[in-house]
Design a protein around this ligand. Sequence first.
Ligand SMILES: [Zn+2]
Length: 76
Amino acid sequence: MDYQNRPQRQLFDCTELNLTCTECGTAIKELPFEPTKRDDGTYGRIYCQECNRARRKDFGGNRGGFGGGGGQRGRY
Ligand SMILES: [Zn+2]
């Protein structure tokens, strides 16, 4: 409801985890979420900001999810 009041996004400092982007291999120093270690000792797939953005764009692409303007199912 209060979109305008959303809290500042917290970035987790993960420099000491030596994470690299799954996609491009860039070293990741900050994440918008806290990385959690899995059973296999990795942090799963983690992407740098740029790849994350690119991926999100892909996801939101033709689904008409975010302000899609598809209009196939009406307004809502
Ligand atoms: Zn990347």
